[in-house]
Design a protein around this ligand. Structure first.
Ligand code: SF4
Length: 506
């Protein structure tokens, strides 16, 4: 049976308990759970129903990571009090929350690392201010920037600024959670939760595409599974492969919705002494050999709406071009490519692609990385959550900013934004499975851990009376061990002492 949660809960008549772990204040009958299923009434005791996750790693005598299942200490390890060679890190997953925030965090555990006394303050944050940033590796048009992104017909976010080779979505956020209809908030919360839990989600973009997205998987756009992330923009592709085309071709046009490249005009072509070919593409010339807006965005060649590449050729200058001119037209992933030779009337005629050119086209594909969806959870922990760590919350913010306190989410490293507050981003794929939850306010529940030297914790007004040793957790019977994510740095490395021994305070 699980132990009582630290956040308490009040007993009532007929065995009903009131959960006070979030503002919903569910009254839970015996044997049932509350609205979020995170807390239940077990024999009249308010109980956190999920296991609390400890991530562990074992280093062998050669200093190498031992696979999780091969470690002998999993037979009992820390939980049985055995002298395990493993390193254990208590994550916030399943730990419980501090709501209404004046209470110390559910678990404040001390451990020793490299001879230094460390402490990790562990909690599950309830985040009303949170969102998901989605990076979708594709050139295909998903919809106009600022367009509404919908799930189940409700707006849950929007298309934001495209990045290099990727379309970006911003989903969730406090406005969708709280500022619209109840249904909008519920659907936004559910969409964020599914994405953070590494599940597939279907979205539609107003005036754009239908998407199926899942962290770490290729995106599916209008039913087409994206395989390759482009090697670069059209101009970059020209620059990378110009030398390999030299001698085999008189002109290359790399079709790209953003920057189409034309080899003979491009600096790379000039560098190789290519003579002008007289092939003029549509759109707006930015700089020599680099053209914007050659077509409309779409699902065709290079993220344009073009399926016949010759559609982007405005004219062929009879004063410059010549019969027999050899021209390659190719997309930025190499997935689309055609070879043309100009006939006597200077009309491009499709021809079989010579082997050396085919090889370079294949090399474009070889240099493309797999197209994936990345899901970053972003939230603000700079609010009341800090009171669970210290009686003087601004001290925690300053400590994080001065790198004395390391912030992790489920053990995964986070990026903390500069400026005020503790606004962080984390890659959900670096976190253990099932790390997230929700409450019906609506808000997302996510693990967060603050690790620092015990001395520093005392200095910043930490809840010292609540500190317990990691090995005392053997008394908690709802622990679950999980393998440490090999790519994650160990959060308990003590922060280096600053030069001169002065550690900034407050
Ligand atoms: S929604 Fe969940 S956390 Fe909130 S009061 Fe109900 S059971 Fe507790």
């Amino acid at each position: 049976m699980a132990e009582a949660v630290p956040s308490g809960g009040s007993r009532e008549e007929a065995g009903i308990v009131t959960c006070d772990a979030c503002p919903v204040l569910c009254r839970i009958r015996p044997g049932l759970t509350g609205a979020c299923d995170r807390y239940g009434n077990v024999d009249g005791v308010l109980t956190r129903m999920d296991p609390m996750v400890i991530a562990a790693k074992v280093i062998d005598e050669k200093g190498e990571l031992v696979p999780f299942l091969a470690g002998p200490e999993w037979q009992g390890g820390i939980l049985a009090g055995a002298p395990a060679p493993a390193r254990h890190f208590l994550t916030g997953i399943g730990s419980g929350t501090t709501y209404p925030d004046y209470k110390p965090a559910p678990f404040i555990v001390a451990s020793e690392h490299q001879g230094v006394d460390m402490v990790t303050v562990v909690t599950e944050g309830i985040f009303s201010y949170c969102g998901v940033k989605l990076k979708i590796d594709t050139d295909r048009y998903v919809g106009p920037e600022q367009a509404a992104v919908r799930a189940d017909g409700e707006q849950v976010g929007h298309v934001t600024t495209a990045e290099y080779g990727s379309q970006m979505l911003a989903l969730g956020g406090v406005r969708h959670l709280t500022g619209g209809s109840k249904k909008e908030g519920v659907v936004a919360c559910r969409t964020m939760l599914s994405l953070c839990q590494k599940e597939a989600v279907e979205l539609t973009v107003d005036g754009g595409a239908k998407l199926k997205v899942q962290a770490g998987r290729p995106p599916v756009i209008n039913g087409m599974r994206e395989e390759r992330m482009r090697v670069g923009c059209g101009s970059a592709t020209i620059g990378i492969f110009a030398k390999q085309w030299h001698g085999h071709l008189d002109e290359v046009v790399v079709v790209d919705d953003h920057i189409t490249g034309v080899l003979s005009e491009h600096q790379a072509g000039r560098f190789l002494d290519l003579k002008p070919a007289g092939v003029r593409v549509r759109g707006r010339r930015s700089t020599p050999g680099r053209y914007f807006q050659v077509a409309n965005p779409g699902s065709g060649w290079g993220g344009t709406d073009v399926s016949d590449p010759l559609a982007i050729i405005e004219k062929i200058d009879a004063k410059i071009a010549w019969p027999g001119l050899r021209m390659l037209m190719v997309s930025t992933t190499g997935e689309d490519a055609e070879y043309f030779v100009l006939d006597d009337s200077l009309k491009p005629v499709k021809a079989a692609m010579p082997e050396p050119i085919k090889k370079v086209v294949e090399r474009i594909g070889e240099n493309c990385e797999p197209a994936l969806v990345s899901v970053l959870f972003m939230a603000g922990a700079g609010g009341s959550l800090r009171a669970g760590v210290t009686e003087n919350p601004v001290m925690l913010t300053r400590s994080v900013k001065s790198a004395l306190t390391r912030v992790t989410s489920g053990g995964a490293p986070v990026y903390v934004w500069p400026g005020g507050g503790i606004t962080f981003m984390v890659d959900v794929l670096r976190m253990p499975d099932n790390a997230f939850g929700h409450v019906p306010t609506p808000a997302i529940v996510a693990p967060i851990e603050f690790s620092l030297r015990l001395d520093d914790y005392r200095e910043l007004g930490g809840h010292m009376a609540s500190v317990r040793r990691l090995d005392e957790l053997g008394k908690v019977d709802r622990l679950k061990l999980t393998a440490w994510h090999e790519a994650n740095p160990w959060p308990l490395e003590p922060a280096p002492a600053p030069a001169g021994g002065h550690r900034p305070r407050g």
